[in-house]
Design a protein around this ligand. Structure first.
Ligand code: FHN
Length: 407
């Protein structure tokens, strides 16, 4: 899965969407459990169209969808037999995870599952050694990690048995309890699954969230996650949305480091995606689809960190990612001192204008005759101000080997 599925859609959805405040409304607003569960009686998202959401992801170049089967509130968005606190006991009465899974299969999109270990409903789940817990256990709770892990194992068995092939499992909030038997169970049920590092053992991949780690390339498998919303992962009525440029820069940086990226949207209580979320996914998707070959190439910034750009490379191709806000419409690419065979601006497929020129900025005073190096000019920096410009240079030789010999 890892390299074929670089880019995915995260979907945070649950009864918290009825409030339109945040997916952690119950805890932040300190809503008593007996009050909060009444949201389930109002949950009837008749506008939910699984095919529409899956096709939005597919058209954006995404190859999998990660769905919150259960978030911290403990409400289950699938037909589970281990608690009545689930989607079948709402006015909607249908298994949303099954609807989403079937749409994923119809459109050849992978299905990943998110499962929260904090559970503000289950009486044994309170875990003082972890985070994202209620301030105090609910009245009548009996915190007991072994009993709760049994519940988790039973539910994860349902999720790994009844919904076809699951490409990855996103445990959320490390419990700070080591128990290798949980992921062993998952792997016996789903032999090809990849599991993140937020569960009961180290898992298969790390999960930087909203932040961009330092460095030029990830040394271990990595899936970064971010939401289109600044404040919330679940639906928020008055959400502030990130700019397209910010999200393109974030995706570009992570992928230039060799990481995967999953970007989150939150359907509202009707099952619709907010207009601004759809607009962002479509805009980012158009950019990603035109530039994605640059992300299949390998990280190269550690070999050629010029112009504050990021670089990826495969054999004779060098991809230049103008990830920062461009300071000018040209790029000096010393030490390259010959022209590429082809130069394409991936954002629009047009030719990039390349020249061999001597640059005063590269001449030590009177010490050496000006040497000509590769220069790219007249880049359309205004036209693509709200995305990352990526240029593909194709040479007659392995450009990275050439550069490595020079530095
Ligand atoms: O608390 C959750 C949050 O609501 C959201 O689900 C993110 C997504 O990775 N995980 C936790 C915060 O790290």
């Amino acid at each position: 899965m890892w390299k074929e599925k670089r880019f995915g859609m995260f979907i945070h959805w649950g009864i918290y969407s009825v409030t339109g405040w945040h997916e952690q409304y119950q805890m932040h607003a300190q809503i008593p459990k007996e009050e909060y569960i009444k949201l389930a009686d109002k949950f009837k998202p008749l506008c939910f169209n699984a095919d529409e959401i899956v096709l939005l992801a597919k058209e954006a170049g995404m190859s999998y969808i990660c769905f919150t089967a259960k978030h911290h509130d403990g409400f289950c968005m699938w037909d589970t037999k281990y608690t009545d606190y689930n989607i079948m006991n709402t006015p909607y009465k249908k298994d949303i995870l099954k609807e989403l899974e079937q749409a994923c299969r119809r459109h050849n999109i992978g299905l990943s599952i998110y499962y929260s270990l904090p559970d503000w409903h289950h009486k044994n789940a309170y875990n003082p050694n972890s985070t994202h817990q209620l301030p105090v256990p609910n009245k009548g709770d009996e915190p007991n990690m072994q009993l709760y892990i049994e519940y988790v194992k039973n539910q994860i068995t349902e999720l790994c048995t009844n919904y076809g092939e699951i490409c990855s499992l996103f445990w959320d909030i490390p419990p700070n309890i080591y128990d290798a038997s949980v992921n062993q169970l998952v792997r016996t049920l789903q032999p090809h699954i990849l599991i993140n590092n937020r569960g009961y053992d180290e898992g298969d991949f790390q999960t930087p969230e909203r932040e961009i780690p330092d460095g030029y390339s990830f040394k271990t498998p990595t899936e970064a996650c971010q939401s289109v919303g600044v404040q919330s992962w679940g639906y928020r009525k008055n959400e502030s949305y990130y700019s397209k440029r910010f999200l393109c820069q974030s995706i570009d940086k992570i992928m230039c480091m060799g990481g995967n990226y999953v970007i989150n949207v939150g359907p509202d209580f009707n099952g619709d995606l907010p207009e601004q979320a759809v607009k962002l996914i479509k805009g980012i998707g158009k950019w990603y689809q035109s530039c994605k070959k640059a992300f299949d190439a390998l990280p190269a910034t550690e070999y050629i960190s010029k112009n504050d750009c990021l670089y990826t490379s495969d054999s004779n191709n060098l991809y230049i990612h103008i990830n920062h806000f461009p300071v000018s419409d040209s790029l000096a690419l010393d030490p390259i001192d010959f022209l590429p065979e082809h130069a394409i601006i991936l954002n629009n497929g047009e030719q990039a204008k390349c020249y061999l020129e001597s640059l005063p900025s590269l001449c030590a005073e009177g010490k050496n005759k000006p040497k000509e190096y590769l220069q790219i000019r007249d880049l359309p920096i205004e036209k693509f101000a709200n995305e990352v410009i990526i240029i593909k240079l194709s040479f007659s030789r392995n450009i990275l080997d050439y550069i490595k010999k020079l530095v």
